[in-house]
Design a protein. Structure first.
Length: 228
């Protein structure tokens, strides 16, 4: 995606905390090549406005009010309705499972609210350029990068223990490894050139053998094995 001072990157913000809305809008307005085109406190207003007020990138709070869709369903819905929109999740729920699940359903990056505000601009520019953004700390926690000093990431150790389960077939092990990397069924299907139905069947077979039913349960099991 190309943007400039003359044609700034259009950014929308969804967050249900007014102070965070103000802080994000104030910080982004300092960048001449970024333009905040909308700030929303609920998904209904956001979805209604995006059709008439297009945006190039959305900064999305993962955890909204009780009456809202959960983060995963909302990301998936936005991805289906606005496939070209870049989505940067901004959340205080900085766990490996939330990061992996967010990326697997269509987010382009994950910005932890404990990170420096200055890194937000870097994250926005990175995903607008077609890259994936995850902070260095979160990256090694979800197994995308080695720990300082070269030791294995904690969740990689848990993932390896899952993959070593003797009940898994080689193909189920392949699919499970991709799931742990945050890949969706369609992405795994393209990677191995097998049908989505086949991949989905192998994924569910692996889940049954491990005693889990959902991606969230898989990542929870991975994390518990890593710390045991």
């Amino acid at each position: 995606m190309k943007w400039s001072i003359m044609a700034p990157l259009r950014v929308a913000v969804l967050d249900d905390h007014s102070l965070i809305q103000m802080a994000l809008e104030l910080r982004l307005s300092r960048e001449a090549d970024l333009k905040v085109v909308g700030v929303y406190s609920n998904s209904r207003d956001l979805l209604a406005s995006l059709s008439g007020t297009p945006a190039d990138l959305l900064v999305l709070d993962y955890t909204l009010g009780a009456s809202e869709l959960d983060g995963l369903h909302l990301i998936g819905l936005i991805r289906r309705r606005f496939p070209s929109l870049c989505i940067l999740v901004a959340s205080s729920a900085e766990s490996p499972s939330v990061v992996n699940l967010s990326l697997s359903v269509g987010a382009n990056g994950f910005f932890g609210k404990s990170e420096s505000a200055e890194l937000l601009v870097e994250a926005i520019r990175k995903i607008a350029s077609g890259e994936t953004y995850v902070s260095p700390d979160l990256a090694y926690r979800i197994g995308r990068q080695s720990r300082p000093g070269g030791s294995a990431p904690i969740d990689v150790k848990g993932g390896q223990r899952l993959l070593n389960d003797p009940s898994l077939s080689p193909k189920e092990r392949e699919v499970l490894r991709c799931c742990l990397d945050g890949m969706s069924v369609s992405q795994i299907s393209r990677k191995f050139m097998r049908s989505m139905k086949t991949i989905s069947g192998q994924k569910q077979a692996a889940f049954r053998k491990l005693g889990v039913r959902t991606d969230a349960e898989l990542f929870k099991l991975q994390h518990s094995l890593a710390s045991s």
